[in-house]
Write a protein that binds this ligand. Structure first.
Ligand code: SF4
Length: 355
């Protein structure tokens, strides 16, 4: 059985023509039902003949991730725990912005192999890559959920910042970006999509850049190789200087900039000296900085603490004094553990406790 949501448009055309003996134009009709009208049953595809629908049912299936749990935070952040067909659990988060617009944070792997020391997903380890169908299934679930919300908020932007490292699942991430960009499908232009990487390989970065299918964000979190190796040991295998060189050559459109994410960890990377090192590191890159304030998990095993207000402000002020755009972002959804991997980690702990 073919997972029909896992076919790109061209693959769907080939499947219909070569496997089902259908005409090419059927692909567009079926694509619209799947990605634009969100049907989950071939029988709802009313402009497709009964005979074709029967063939589709025989040879293919439409499978969405199953909603396991929804949590809504006081600030409106909504987190979904989803179960994939093989039982694997993943998370996706809807983050409220201005004028009722939402950004959805997508996962691209079950778990993550990168093991960043401040990240709940990193502590869970890597299970497997997600398929395009599973990655985009998160968007379908979110759109359906939002249909029932009275204010009808608009899902405006997508960020690949959930569980997993996108460049380690590049093939499925690239296929997802192509499908998101399709004219008569989900209709997300590259300007509304950001892919975030902690920097794992030059080839993947180059391919993403050349595709022009998304903006780039970089999980930096440390201004020196030494500190990066301490808090992001696997990402640091790509030497920081070489990574930054590659970013200086990253293809950017006019006025486009790379977003550097910098998680401020109390007394670890938040001093004025770190800010100075950061300014030196980012010289000649076209970028802006998001300063994210660390939100301690509350677990005794958490090695990190939140930075003080004073240090946050001094850090930000120094960057601005050197003409670096730096915006402080408070973690959203703290009360529902919306940082990546936290809901799944909590779920796992609950399940283990119940055993
Ligand atoms: Fe993986 Fe991202 Fe967490 Fe690092 S921060 S462990 S890359 S999910």
């Amino acid at each position: 059985m073919v997972d029909i949501l896992n076919l790109t448009f061209e693959e769907l055309e080939k499947f219909l023509v070569h496997e089902l003996g259908e005409k090419k134009f059927r692909a567009r009709q079926i694509w619209q039902w799947l990605w634009n009208k969100y049907v989950r049953d071939f029988d709802q595809m009313t402009n497709v003949s009964k005979q074709t629908r029967a063939l589709l049912k025989e040879r293919a299936h439409i499978t969405w991730p199953e909603m396991v749990k929804t949590q809504v935070s006081q600030d409106g952040t909504t987190k979904f725990l989803l179960r994939l067909a093989d039982g694997a659990l993943i998370e996706t988060v809807l983050i409220p912005g201005s004028q009722g617009r939402l950004t959805q944070c997508l996962s691209c792997q079950v778990g993550c192999a990168m093991g960043c020391t401040f990240c709940a997903t990193g502590t869970l380890g890597f299970e497997r890559n997600m398929t395009m169908s599973e990655i985009l299934g998160q968007v379908l679930v979110a759109r359906e959920y939002l249909n029932d919300v009275a204010e009808r908020p608009i899902l405006r932007n997508l960020v690949f910042m959930g569980m997993g490292e996108p460049l380690l699942n590049l093939n499925e991430v690239m296929r997802s970006l192509q499908t998101l960009n399709s004219d008569f499908g989900l209709l997300f232009s590259p300007r509304r999509i950001t892919v975030s990487t902690c920097g794992v390989n030059p080839e993947g970065l180059r391919e993403l850049g050349e595709s022009g299918l998304a903006f780039l964000a970089v999980s930096l979190h440390a201004p020196t190789q030494e500190l990066r190796a301490q808090i992001m040991p696997k990402a640091a295998r790509w030497e920081l200087g070489d990574f930054i060189d590659a970013l200086r050559n990253y293809p950017l459109k006019t006025r486009e900039r790379i977003t550097f994410e910098y998680l401020l960890l109390g007394d670890v990377n938040d001093s004025l000296e770190h800010a100075k090192q950061l300014v030196r590191l980012l010289a000649q890159t076209k970028g802006k900085l998001n300063l994210i304030v660390y939100n301690p998990s509350g677990d005794e095993s958490d090695p990190y603490k939140a930075p003080t207000e004073e240090r946050i402000l001094a850090f930000e002020k120094y960057l601005w004094s050197k003409n670096i755009t730096a915006i402080i972002r408070k973690s959203k959804g703290a009360d529902i553990k919306a940082a990546c991997g936290q809901l799944k980690a909590a779920e796992k702990t609950e399940a283990e406790g119940a055993e």
